[in-house]
Design a protein around this ligand. Sequence first.
Ligand code: NIG
Ligand code: FE
Length: 407
Amino acid sequence: MKIIGPFTQVVTLAQLPLRGSLADEQLEILENYSILEDEGVIVDIALHQQLLSDYPDAELVEISGDAIAIPGIVDCHTHICFGGNRANDFAMRNAGKSYLEIAEAGGGIWSSVQHTRNADENELLASLLTRIHKLEQLGNTTIEIKSGYGLNVDAELKMLRVIQKAQQFCKATLVPTCLSAHLKPKDFEGSSEAYLQYILTEILPIVQAEKLSNRVDIFIEKSAFLPDESKVFLEKAKAMGFTLTVHADQFTAGSSRIAVEVGAVSADHLEATSEEDIAYLAQSNTVAVALPGASLGLGEPFTPARKILDNNGILAIASDWNPGSAPMGNLICQASILATYQKLSSAEVWAGLTYRAAHALQLSDRGRLQKGMKADFLVYDTNNFQNILYQQGEMIPSAVYISGEKI
Ligand code: NIG
Ligand code: FE
């Protein structure tokens, strides 16, 4: 049992609603409070002196000077298991080349697939762990990670096994997702419908048997999979027992509707969603995930986060860190920029980075600092939590606690 504190501010995010807009006045900010944890769970949050007298035998981890505590970040959408590097794609896009021209010149998702297929498990694991450790230092205590650069049985399973193995070497919770339906690989002989069927019969049963993931994702887009075939695929994956999530409306509107219709836990991207579909999505239980890193990486519009919240939707914010469209990975920086363009309150940003993102991953035990929750929280050496977003990613946590342990 440990008392950690006292903190100038504890920003609990407790009692905030799951859906809709939030005003900063709704934030619970506790001054001179400390956190009592036991076996990785928050047992109490109370005034420091109170905890000292109530729990005289608890170990004291004393915080001196100004410091704030805020829930750990949940990054609910990444593609950080990959081989190779696509800096040349970025340079070519900025020099005016189109997506197609880049793909023809050997770039695009297919280039990451080739490098990922060529990497052995140890190389993939080492580079994945480097990225995970960077994310942990930036305050990510839960990280979703997709496959999708393998695109055949062997390479998709290799990716998912590497992600599973990485969990042994890091403290953050890793949530693996099978994105074999990222693109029809160039070497698959057959239609995209046949490739989706191949995923259902050849890949997903092994994913399930080896407990590599219980989540299935698909990229619905003109250049990837079409709406009708995607819907059939999602329904079949759901019938097998998978939880669904969708890359929706990144460049073309229409697919977030499918995400809602099949009961996906989240619809991610949404840069091109129509007004009508925003309203439809916002009324559903599907979490809308904004990926500002992809907008920044591609020079595309931001997800209409303001409208989603004003329509009472559930908005999460994730990094989409991947070698192509979102090479940065610094989610606080991205979320802070999204906030300036979409006019989001601090409460809306922090909710989107924590308990609302946890909801997209169906994790109800984290994302708020309150009794019974996992003791995942960040300490920043500042007297005011507003400084974190204000500094647009420059301020990093002085300590990151995962399950009550400083990592
Ligand atoms: O979420 N949109 C599809 N997939 C990724 C990009 C993958 C890549 O370019 O490697 C995304 O942006
Ligand atoms: Fe993505």
